[in-house]
Design a protein around this ligand. Structure first.
Ligand SMILES: CC(C)(COP(=O)(O)OP(=O)(O)OC[C@H]1O[C@@H](n2cnc3c(N)ncnc32)[C@H](O)[C@@H]1OP(=O)(O)O)[C@@H](O)C(=O)NCCC(=O)NCCS
Length: 178
């Protein structure tokens, strides 16, 4: 079953305990506010420097904050983010998915993707895809691997400006969410 608009991490949180138990209990996912982008930008930048995702400027993020959901702890610190990028009335991408390394393995990424699926459903979008190096993570959430060529719009939107265009190592995964 899909989650409500605000979802709180409960007993399902995993065993990697960098966050104190009380703080983990207060982790929640919600649609992003524009002010969250100040924390989202460096979170994405850290992984972009490692070649794991594309960098985003604060200007881009402020313009597109409505695409985002965030996971925040009890102090309002952003632990993770992700976006639903719409391509057609039926198809959207799970984009800019990132969880702070301190919070890896606690179920935060799963909660963000589930929240993105809720947001896609609200928009009437039935299919979500991602281009990712983390196909194992997406498989755990019910996505299946498909040929990248299924998504020509994506290729034109982002990939043509990517340095890896002709040596792309990302894997396409897809899930029907409604
Ligand atoms: C990929 C990422 C978002 C996962 O977030 P996370 O909060 O650590 O993941 P979760 O704790 O929610 O994991 C959910 C499940 O996926 C599994 N999982 C997590 N990362 C995985 C990986 N890289 N490979 C295989 N399985 C993985 C977990 O073990 C867990 O399994 P379970 O169903 O047995 O509980 C996070 O590692 C990250 O931000 N990576 C760097 C940025 C990046 O690569 N983003 C993806 C761009 S598309």
């Amino acid at each position: 079953m899909l989650l409500d608009a605000t979802d709180t991490l409960g007993a399902a949180a995993g065993a990697v305990l960098d966050l104190p138990a009380a703080a983990r209990a207060q982790v929640a996912t919600r649609p992003a506010r524009v002010a969250d982008m100040l924390q989202v930008q460096p979170l994405i930048a850290g992984f972009a420097e490692k070649g794991l995702m594309l960098p985003k400027t604060l200007e881009f993020l402020n313009r597109n904050f409505r695409e985002f959901v965030v996971a925040v702890d009890g102090h309002g610190t952003v632990l993770g983010c992700g976006a639903v990028r719409v391509y057609t009335a039926q198809l959207a991408e799970v984009a800019s998915l990132a969880v702070s390394e301190d919070a890896h393995g606690l179920g935060v990424g799963r909660r963000i993707v589930q929240q993105l699926e809720v947001e896609a459903e609200k928009l009437g979008i039935g299919t979500l895809f991602a281009l990712t190096l983390q196909d194992g993570f997406f498989h755990r959430l019910g996505y299946r691997t498909v040929q990248k060529e299924m998504f020509p719009l994506k290729v034109w939107a982002d990939c043509r400006s990517c340095s890896k265009l002709h040596a792309c190592d990302e894997i396409a995964v897809v899930k029907e969410v409604m």
